[in-house]
Design a binder for this molecule. Structure first.
Ligand SMILES: [Zn+2]
Length: 285
């Protein structure tokens, strides 16, 4: 299986790199870290019927629910042909993708959603605030990174899920966990993956790092809800059942493409806690 997936992947990525006619939804965004974020990776099965179909620096997950496929996150617009090639290389038909779950309304995780939704027919699911940003293809007015600017292809077909709500599909239940802080619309997702009678809970965590444009203050009135959001998200990550952690940027999870060490989600929260504490200390000086 692994050999076939790898051979298909090599064929698929060769095809995906052919220059295509200009497509506004996959037109490359010229961002500094695009090459590092989109470092090609073959599809990798994590556990049960859950896969990674993304990149070295941006995670994209695929769940086979028996009753259709669910994708999590869409990376950059130009990533879409490679994501679809990886879905095929893993042995699936992109047309079976029914939903695409979003972790945050930023171009590096949401930029490819419009093209993925168009090419697969899937509906994108996000939090209320996440959906607002994806519908606009732009950062929210209160986003700490707003001054960086930048827009991405807007998503038309969106469904909103609330904190704690469950998406039931086939043999899989995927729970939405509001994890605000990095953006107010950030959402993490968890589900049980099973194989040979053993089930593990996989958590696909949104970015939890305090990143802002220059001059922004988390200690300002505008920043307060973000600090409160981070604290709420840390408590959630401390308590969530978590056998395997996938983080939206894999390098934040501390171990390759995913982290299956005990306490991976707590460690993920701790890392962000440390970064936020340092950041607030700097602002106090
Ligand atoms: Zn972000």
């Amino acid at each position: 299986m692994k050999t076939i997936a790898l051979a298909l992947w090599m064929m698929g990525t060769a095809g995906a790199s052919q220059p295509a006619a200009d497509d506004p939804l996959t037109r490359p965004m010229a961002v500094e870290r695009a090459k590092e974020w989109l470092a090609p990776q073959p599809p990798e099965r994590i556990f049960g019927k859950s896969w990674l179909v993304g990149f070295g620096g941006l995670s994209v997950a695929l769940i086979d629910t028996v009753d259709g496929l669910v994708l999590i996150d869409g990376a950059l617009p130009q990533a879409v042909p490679m994501i679809l090639a990886n879905v095929r290389a893993a042995g699936f038909d992109p047309k079976d993708i029914k939903y695409i779950l979003s972790t945050e309304p930023h171009y590096d995780h949401g930029g490819g959603l419009a093209a993925l939704a168009r090419d697969t027919g899937a509906t994108v699911i996000a939090s209320a605030r996440g959906a607002e940003g994806l519908r606009a293809g732009a950062m929210a007015a209160d986003d700490p990174q707003l001054a960086y600017g930048g827009t991405w292809p807007a998503v038309e077909r969106l469904r909103v899920m609330a904190d704690g709500e469950v998406l039931a599909m086939g043999d899989t239940q995927i729970t939405a966990h509001a994890t605000p802080g990095h953006t107010m619309g950030s959402m993490s997702w968890s589900w049980k993956a099973c194989e040979a009678g053993t089930c593990k809970t996989i958590v696909f965590a949104s970015s939890l790092n305090p990143v802002s444009a220059d001059g922004y203050r988390y200690l300002s009135a505008a920043g307060k809800p973000f600090v409160a959001g981070f604290e709420q998200s840390y408590r959630k990550m401390d308590a969530i059942p978590c056998d395997i952690l996938i983080s939206a940027h894999p390098d934040n999870a501390g171990a390759g493409r995913f982290n299956d060490k005990p306490g991976a989600c707590r460690a993920y929260a701790d890392r962000s806690r440390g970064l936020l504490a340092k950041r607030l200390d700097r602002e106090r000086k």
